[in-house]
Design a binder for this molecule. Structure first.
Ligand SMILES: O=C(O)C(=O)C[C@H](O)[C@@H](O)CO
Length: 258
């Protein structure tokens, strides 16, 4: 029995657009709620949400059985972190702050067992292999891992063509907030220069035959990027959805007393 088919990776290969959402409440119960919403993918955020390996695992356990594909974002691109989350059962990883082709190549190696890579062998202990039940996991896992790298700096944009030339990078995600900060527009991802850079990057990624992704909560902008060829587009954040809905209800409710 081989490693489970990564249907998200397959969808990106076939150019089928996937709509996703950020999951930052760092709680399995909340992640399970989000997995019932109908998103094609959910980012279990280990970078900006208060997650650790156990909470990432817990959320993988509740999201994996759903129709929403779990994508685990690491805090940073460290080989040992990739090893741990892949063993915990993540099949798709999102690596932030990738600025060079060398960094991207290092993450490719981290995702793959030897001889193609350096992923440590511990499948007999790993949830990924169903604790050894998947007898052929070691020889089938590489092809079912989906590596998404984030380009979100001026340096990354300068190096984008080199990053796109790295084999076995399955998708390139643009981080608008960090890109804006890197461009000198901290907090203003809607700045015309930032938007122009994003549109250029989506076009270049798509022309290179790679999957382009982004997180953008403005649905008009999301449509624009989908039209430019982006195929993994997240349009919301659970934390923001909850906070904004709560604030509006509190305000509307208090208005009843005026
Ligand atoms: O830079 C970005 O934008 C992203 O990478 C997404 C953010 O990290 C996400 O937390 C929303 O702000």
């Amino acid at each position: 029995m081989p490693a489970p088919k990564n249907t998200f990776k397959q969808a990106l290969k076939e150019g089928h657009a996937q709509i996703g959402c950020w999951v930052g409440l760092a709680d399995a119960y909340a992640a399970e709620v989000m997995s019932t919403c109908g998103f094609d993918w959910l980012v279990i955020d280990g970078e900006h949400a208060p997650n650790d390996l156990r909470s990432l695992r817990d959320q993988l356990q509740v999201v994996s059985p759903s129709d929403s594909h779990p994508v685990v974002r690491l805090p940073i691109g460290e080989t040992w972190m990739v090893k741990q989350v892949l063993d915990a059962g993540a099949q798709t990883v999102l690596i932030p702050m990738i600025d060079t082709a060398e960094q991207a190549a290092e993450m490719v190696r981290a995702c793959r067992y030897p001889p193609e890579g350096v992923r440590g062998v511990g499948s007999s202990l790993a949830r990924a292999s169903k604790f050894g039940e998947i007898a052929d996991y070691l020889h089938s896992a590489n092809d079912e891992i989906c590596l998404l790298v984030q380009v979100e700096s001026v340096e990354a944009m300068d190096n984008l063509d080199d990053i796109l030339a790295v084999d076995n990078v399955d998708g390139v995600f643009i981080g608008p907030a960090d890109l804006a900060a890197s461009m000198g527009h901290l907090g203003n991802a809607n700045h015309a220069d930032v938007v122009a850079t994003i549109e250029d990057a989506v076009t270049r990624i798509t022309k290179a035959g790679r999957a382009a992704g982004i997180l953008i909560t403005d649905l008009n902008a999301a449509k624009r990027y989908l039209d430019l060829g982006a195929t993994f587009v997240a349009t919301g954040i659970d934390v923001t959805l909850l906070a904004n809905a709560g604030r509006k209800l509190a305000s509307d409710s208090k208005a009843l007393m005026v």
